[in-house]
Design a protein around this ligand. Structure first.
Ligand code: MD3
Ligand code: FE
Length: 216
């Protein structure tokens, strides 16, 4: 039953240290995936998925929404966190309890007890969507970790170094996997390779990623 599209994945709950500060909790969110998807649906009724524009004028291939006190946005003015959804002008939807609990529990399991995210970015990848190598540095306090949750279709994640040119390693991320990035890993370059077409029993043609951050 468990996905094994990369042929070498552990089919159980395991913890692996990818690199200093980067902990992969395989299948940590598996039992919660249905609830998380329901809550993604609720959030995105209020704050629909949209493809934002980069400051350089390119439309992102990943569709995004946010929940929590702060949401991440990009437009011609730059990248930033803000408390209103620019599409509706209203505050972002509250972070569902299922999201908060998972983020806290995963952070604790990875050694970051006390993590209280104030921002959750919801990324939706369709076939062909990707995210180029970048750093997450729009947050105030880099001593706070980032928790990311993968739901639906598998993808190859790229995990690089502190310089854009450092050669990235490829890490398969599949349904239910959670990664906690903190400490020395927090400012590493990372990205997502192009999503291949497929069908997942819970998400159909999509991969979702929830990224929990302490933005301020
Ligand atoms: C490594 N999202 O939204 S999450 C992003 O799968 C983002 O949608 C990807 O990168 C996605 O900014 C990857 C994994 C991730 C998130 C933050 C990191 C990896 C990270 C911060 C530092 C190092
Ligand atoms: Fe990122």
């Amino acid at each position: 039953m468990t996905q094994d599209l990369f042929g070498e994945l552990p089919a159980e709950l395991t913890r692996e240290n990818l690199m200093e500060g980067a902990m992969v909790l395989r299948q940590f969110a598996l039992a919660d995936a249905g609830q998380l998807l329901n809550d993604i649906q609720q959030v995105t009724v209020q704050a629909p998925f949209r493809q934002m524009k980069t400051p350089g004028g390119h439309t992102m291939s990943v569709a995004m929404s946010c929940c929590g006190v702060l949401g991440w946005v990009t437009d011609s003015r730059g990248y930033r966190y803000q408390s209103e959804d620019p599409v509706s002008g209203r505050p972002w939807p509250a972070m569902p309890e299922s999201f908060c609990k998972l983020a806290r529990d995963a952070a604790t399991a990875a050694g970051f007890a006390g993590f209280e995210p104030d921002a959750c970015l919801i990324n939706r990848y369709q076939p062909g969507a990707k995210m180029g190598l970048h750093q997450d540095k729009d947050e105030r306090d880099f001593s706070q970790p980032i928790v990311s949750v993968s739901i639906g279709l598998p993808v190859a994640f790229q995990f690089g170094g502190l310089k854009r040119n450092d050669r990235p390693v490829r890490v398969p991320l599949t349904h239910g996997d959670v990664v906690v990035w903190g400490g020395a890993a927090r400012l590493r370059y990372h990205g997502v390779l192009t999503l291949k077409a497929g069908g997942h029993p819970l998400t159909g043609p999509y991969r979702y990623n929830l990224t929990f951050r302490r933005a301020c």
